[in-house]
Design a protein around this ligand. Structure first.
Ligand code: PLP
Length: 447
């Protein structure tokens, strides 16, 4: 494999001719409902970079939406996958057990920030993990309902789509949705749903939790609350610590299971193995996926043993759950992350990114907010800092112009006016700075 050194566009336009031809074939053969953010085709990846079929090299600030925390095709993960593939691909763990599944469960139980004895169930996707977390919480509590948040993204299956917030594109025309889902406003300090100012509000949002149980959902019906420690699709929004403390208190009071959806935030992304490591309280269940298998599909539900043991034998699982190749990849990922201290890598990236973004905010008044934690940072664009009117058009322009210079960045947020940064944690300081130089020049051009 060729070593890639930095972003370089060699075709007169992006996508180049080969990618354009492939794109036409792709459009003809695959449904429009699947997004196609960057219309090019990868030939090879290397660390935080990839080369497309036309020989253009892109710096990837999206990392497959936080799947490639150890970079594209980490050589040790490749080796682990090859070794496992030589032995066996599949048994269906319900029929014949294998050590990799057990070992991975044991390692995750050791490190997950949940108190007491823990057990882990493996599945294939983030949505499937969240579905199972709700099934398990229902069975354990013998209750039915779920509380979710505005701005939430939990997946695209019927139940998880019902938990997800953004109507377009995630829900439009796909109803009716699963019943028993109650939505509460997320504590989004930059745009406080209760019109408060974060410097003076005394965490007013936390008082709404108890009220919610009085006004909207009977505690006798509610099995679980599911929350992202940092909202991903919602635009990288962090709830205040005092809010989480109150949330835990209310869940304890009413016998409600607190589920942390760490599909996007786990695996060192925020500077800790789990974003919940930074919480002032502990959840009962954590769901993870994305970077666990470094690109090989695998997800997990980790929870207190007594909760995880509630479902009857055969009630949870699936054909490919915890597939041996994915489990081998995940074991290697955990080993690499610990050995090479990926937590501190993410914090280091966070320091550089925060400095660069704060500088951009000082330069460009369209940047209303800079937020995030570790290597999960975002900037929110507004037309005016006082009115905070969202500036989606500017974001769309910036994203497209960045491609032309060989940088892949992604937008997010309910209003599409946020640019999120999720680079691989193996990125060098030089590449990181090169990426932000591109963004700086593109913002200047677009404005
Ligand atoms: C927080 C969160 N939950 C759930 C999901 C769904 O995961 P998947 O696409 O693997 O089903 C995602 C995917 O982006 C996510 O970010």
């Amino acid at each position: 494999m060729k070593k890639l050194t930095g972003p370089k566009i060699i075709t007169p336009s992006v996508p180049g001719p080969k990618a354009q031809a492939l794109f036409e074939k792709h459009v003809k053969n695959t449904p429009t409902g699947m997004s196609r953010v960057l219309p090019t085709f990868v030939a090879q990846g290397d660390g935080a970079l990839f080369e497309d079929v036309d020989g253009n090299v892109f710096l990837d600030f999206g990392a497959g939406i936080s799947v490639l925390n150890v970079g594209y095709s980490h050589p040790e993960v490749v080796q682990a996958v090859k070794e496992q593939a030589d032995k066996f691909f599949h048994t269906m763990v319900n029929c014949v057990l294998y050590e990799q599944y057990t070992e991975l469960a044991s390692r995750l139980n050791d490190i997950a920030p949940i108190s007491g004895e823990k057990k882990t169930l493996f599945l294939n996707s983030g949505a499937e993990a969240n579905e199972n977390a709700i099934k398990i919480a229902r069975k354990y509590t013998k209750k039915t309902d779920v509380i979710v948040f505005s701005g939430a993204f939990h997946g695209r299956t019927l139940l998880t789509m019902s938990l997800t917030s953004k109507i377009k594109p995630y829900k439009l025309g796909f109803g009716p949705f699963a019943p028993g889902v109650h939505r509460i406003d997320f504590p989004y300090c930059y745009r406080c749903p209760w019109g408060q100012n974060k410097d003076t509000c005394n965490t007013f949002c936390a008082t709404r939790l108890e009220e919610f149980f009085i006004e909207y959902a009977a505690p006798e019906d509610v099995a679980a609350v599911i929350i992202e420690p940092i909202q991903g699709e919602g635009g990288f929004i962090l709830p205040p610590n005092e809010y989480l403390t109150e949330l835990r208190k209310v869940c304890d009071k009413y016998g409600v299971i607190l589920i942390a959806d760490e599909i996007q935030t786990a695996m060192c992304r925020t500077g800790k193995m789990f974003a919940c490591d930074d919480w002032p309280v502990k959840p009962d269940i954590i769901t993870i996926a994305k970077s666990l298998g470094a690109g090989i599909p695998i997800s997990a539900v980790i929870g207190k043993s007594e909760i995880m043991d509630a479902p009857q034998t055969g009630g949870i699982g699936g054909t490919f759950s915890g597939n041996p190749i994915a489990a081998a990849a995940a074991l290697k990922v955990l080993e690499i992350m610990k050995r090479d201290n990926f937590e501190s890598k993410a914090r280091h990236i966070g320091e550089i990114v925060t400095a660069r973004l704060t500088n951009l905010q000082e330069k460009y008044s369209v940047i209303g907010d800079v937020r995030g934690r570790g290597a999960m940072m975002a900037i929110e664009f507004v037309k005016d800092r006082n009115t905070k009117e969202p500036a989606k058009e500017i974001v769309d322009e910036i994203v497209k112009n960045c491609w032309k210079k060989g940088l892949l960045v992604l937008s997010s947020g309910a209003r599409g006016n946020v640019i999120r940064f999720l680079m691989s944690l193996v990125i060098s300081d030089d590449l990181l700075n090169e990426g932000f130089d591109i963004i700086d020049s593109v913002i200047a051009e677009v404005l």
